[in-house]
Design a protein around this ligand. Structure first.
Ligand code: GLC
Ligand code: GLC
Length: 828
């Protein structure tokens, strides 16, 4: 069952029922100001940091689920409705929500009145513009009123939902004309404020939530003021400040009126915090006055429909440009839709927000993840390489000089989070992969010389190359009894915690260390990760390639020797006959082996081991891929492990606490499905690669939206696995490494368009039925129009390649200085 459709020409998903199986959201903003907006206009906004600069309030885990956002209420002679149906939920005559690239348009119609609301965050602008177009489509004149509402968060989202003894007494506002200012804590230690305005005179307002609702026992679905068609002109004094405008409107038949609301954020320099004079029309109960110059300028920028249209046009052309860097035309519309539009769009969102703020991530718990953000770059780097570069430097600056790193950092302060700490064994390796991806995309070798400090040596002079070096050797210097990397607190799988042995509720599996390992430095020196070993042999060659390019022959050879040694160790101690084991636990027992009672096979090490060609000469790659197909493949994707754990294994940690089929315990964790898609494509099995791709790519799940539940235009972290009661049900949509990795899987492995250090490689691994495909790829200043022909209907193999009619040896397009070039590839 579907709840909408893709409008590919407009690059929109069109939702035609407000009652989607879960709120289906969009993200507005891609620089400093961000909003989350659901198909009923639920959600919230923040500036840069979803925890420390939360602008509007949102209650997670609420009932009903998505209650609270920015809403417009229309009172049309006693009929009260919202353009997005919620919160009043009056049945609409027509409803539509269009989620597009950085904007959302929600349209509702009731009794001949149409309200179309366009929400967007313009480029280089710290505010959400909401343009409301009201049209009287009836044959009679209509008089009605419109109320807006936004509830302010008191800035720190965590404090806002815990520290009520203080917060109920701090709320402050100022009102000037049609603009309501949120100035809580501004007088004292803050230099930032928010405002909500409308470009017309208003007929009343509210700034105190309970006055707007009329009673502390009312909800957003039932505000007294709206019912009475009478604002209370309240002035917030503590409690919960809000901003609501009240406006009466009369429209002749066929007439329209446009109102432009702006929800903005601004910061003042310390010495310009206050205005010298108090304007006559200012409502305040303070003795000081906010300096509103910045807000005035922001309001001026979008106070007419023409200016709004220009802002929207600029946003659209920004996205047209971003999406023109890589686009394809394959025989499959769903692939085109994912690659050309939605997957790239999601990559931008994950790049911006890491795992911080979604409808499953509260924006409080996590900042930017070290491993997450490095992986996000893999899918984003071609879009705005300069931003990727800046991010790489920020991330690397949270690394420690021994190669270890903080697992997370706050985007606002860019400092590592001490409460989570480090010792996640895979973290440093992702840095090698992301820096290499950046160089492969841009050819900017200069990043290796960039001055990047270590967290424990903030003033020291260090280069990015040093960071890569310590990353690589952090693995080499921390090996266990079988010569495999120590597992530490966790590796990519946050829920395999081999040094935890937790038996007390509330202990965090990821940060708690069993006292028996305290003396050993915080984690077992026995537990080893075969996944990190495989990741090391997959990423290591990029480090070697970098050293070779720099002419550091000896260092390259030394690193290569470590990789070879690791491969040998893996074959000796971690190959189980038909697949690679997952780990050795702290008791020295195998995890993810035939010998185990449950969890005999895990997905994570397999793909990287295959792509590193570990044991390829003995057929280990194909045996492994076949085992995955046999044990992990199911209708909706590949499960993480099999059989699922049915008991608590204290030696494994969190993984066995999940019911079977969910999350890391045999859920379909889509992120690592991509690694198998890559590996199948690498091994030349394009049909299998595509089968796995089409099981999880959102556009392919659209028809089963009632089962899948989450948005059919973006990946979620997890789909219920075959052991789950809710088999096939998606969860944790939007912020997942799946976005980047599946972009890599489809573009670089299946379609095979892969940046390498010295050019652009094109080596597809596609379904054999395909006759071929075309692609446009902008790369290092040149544009390549690529045509791939597949007359022999093979899955893989480049027979000939020409660039501008000239034959090229192999399948790497050399770097060209500018220009547009025709590339033709014949497979066979
Ligand atoms: C989540 C985390 C990611 C981790 C994965 C597996 O998606 O964001 O860092 O690798 O879970 O546990
Ligand atoms: C991590 C991971 C997630 C895991 C969770 C459990 O943050 O993102 O996948 O289930 O921790 O605590």
């Amino acid at each position: 069952m579907k709840f909408g459709f893709f409008d590919d020409a407009k690059k929109e998903y069109v939702i035609n029922s407000p009652k989607t199986p879960y709120p289906w959201i969009n993200y507005l903003g891609n620089q400093g100001f961000f909003s989350l907006i659901s198909n009923t206009a639920g959600g919230y906004c923040f500036y840069k940091d979803a925890r420390l600069r939360r602008i509007t309030r949102y209650r997670y885990n609420n009932v009903p689920i998505d209650m609270g956002g920015r809403y417009f209420y229309i009172n049309d002679n006693g009929t009260i409705w919202n353009p997005g149906w919620a919160p009043v939920k009056t049945e609409l005559d027509e409803y539509e929500c269009r989620h597009g690239m950085g904007y959302t348009v929600i349209t509702g119609k009731k009794n001949g009145l149409k309200a179309e609301v366009t929400f967007f965050v313009p480029q280089n602008y710290d505010g959400e513009v909401q343009q409301v177009v009201l049209t009287n489509e009836s044959n009679e004149a209509k008089s009605f009123s419109i109320f807006s509402i936004a509830e302010w968060c008191l800035w720190d989202a965590q404090d806002d939902c815990t520290n009520f003894q203080r917060n109920f007494s701090t709320g402050r506002v100022e009102i000037e004309g049609s603009t309501i200012y949120h100035v809580t804590e501004y007088r004292d230690r803050r230099n930032h404020y928010a405002f909500y305005t409308v470009n017309d005179e208003i007929d009343g307002y509210d700034t105190d939530r309970d006055s707007f609702l009329g009673s502390i026992y009312n909800g957003w679905d039932n505000p007294e003021t709206v019912k009475a068609d009478k604002p209370s002109n309240s002035f917030a004094d503590g409690w919960s400040p809000v901003a609501s405008h009240y406006k009466k409107v009369t429209l002749a038949p066929g007439e329209s009126k446009t109102l432009i609301y702006i929800l903005g954020y601004a910061e003042n320099p310390q010495d310009k915090k206050f205005a010298a004079e108090k304007p006559a029309n200012l409502l305040t109960r303070e003795t000081w006055v906010l300096n509103k110059e910045k807000a005035y300028a922001m309001i001026e920028k979008y106070n007419t429909p023409e200016k709004v249209a220009a802002g929207l046009a600029e946003l659209r052309s920004t996205w047209e440009d971003l999406l023109s860097i890589f686009n394809v035309n394959t025989p499959d519309d769903k692939v085109n839709r994912m690659v050309n539009i939605w997957n790239q769009y999601q990559c931008m969102v994950t790049f911006n927000l890491s795992r911080s703020a979604s409808y499953f991530e509260s924006g409080i718990g996590r900042g930017m993840g070290f491993r997450d953000s490095n992986q996000d770059i893999l899918g984003f780097v071609h879009q705005i390489p300069e931003r990727a570069r800046e991010r790489l430097i920020d991330i690397a600056s949270t690394q420690l000089s021994d190669g270890g790193c903080y697992h997370q950092y706050q985007p606002l302060t860019k400092k590592g989070n001490a409460d989570i700490g480090g010792d996640f064994s895979d973290d440093p390796l992702w840095m090698i992969l992301s820096v290499a991806a950046y160089i492969k995309e841009t050819g900017d070798w200069g990043i290796l010389d960039a001055n990047v400090p270590f967290d424990d040596d903030p003033n020291g002079k260090h280069t990015m190359l040093e960071h890569l070096n310590v990353s690589f050797y952090h693995i080499v210097n921390n090996l266990g009894p079988h010569g495999l990397p120590l597992a530490m607190r966790a590796d990519w799988n946050d829920c395999i915690n081999l040094s935890c042995f937790s038996d007390t509720p509330g202990e965090s599996f990821q940060t708690y260390t069993n006292p028996k390992f305290k003396a050993e430095g915080g984690y077992s020196k026995i537990a080893e990760s075969a996944f990190v070993a495989a990741l090391f042999t997959y990423t290591g060659p990029a480090f070697v390639g970098i050293l070779e390019h720099l002419g550091k022959k000896d260092e390259a050879a030394k690193a290569q020797a470590e990789i070879d040694k690791m491969k040998k160790n893996v074959m000796e101690s971690a190959f189980d006959g038909d697949w690679f084991i997952r780990a050795y636990d702290a008791n020295g027992e195998k995890m993810g082996s035939k010998e185990c009672e449950e969890g005999k096979i895990f997905i994570e090490p397999q793909g990287f081991a295959v792509m590193s060609e570990i044991g390829k000469d003995q057929g280990a790659d194909i045996k492994t891929l076949n085992s995955i197909d046999k044990y992990l493949n199911c209708e909706f994707g590949l499960v993480l492990n099999n059989p699922a754990f049915t008991k608590y294994y204290v030696q494994y940690g969190e993984i066995s606490t999940y019911p079977g089929g969910y999350k890391e315990n045999a859920g379909i964790f889509t992120h690592n499905n991509a690694w198998i898609i890559c590996a199948e494509a690498y091994a030349g099995r394009g049909d299998k690669a595509f089968e796995y791709y089409s099981k999880i790519a959102p556009a392919f799940t659209e028809e089963t939206s009632d089962i899948h539940k989450t948005e059919p235009y973006v990946y979620g972290q997890m789909i219920g696995g075959k052991d789950a009661k809710n088999f096939g049900q998606g969860k944790n949509s939007w912020l997942t490494g799946t976005a980047a990795w599946n972009m890599v899987a489809i573009s670089q492995y299946i379609l095979g368009v892969q940046p390498v250090f010295d050019g652009l490689k094109v080596d597809p691994s596609i379904p054999h039925e395909w006759d071929g495909f075309t692609a446009v790829r902008k790369f290092r200043g040149a544009t390549f129009n690529i045509t791939v022909k597949n007359p022999a209907h093979v899955c893989k193999g480049v027979k000939t390649m020409t660039v501008d009619g000239k034959a090229v040896e192999g399948c790497v397009i050399p770097v060209c200085n500018g220009g547009t070039h025709e590339v033709e590839i014949v497979m066979g």
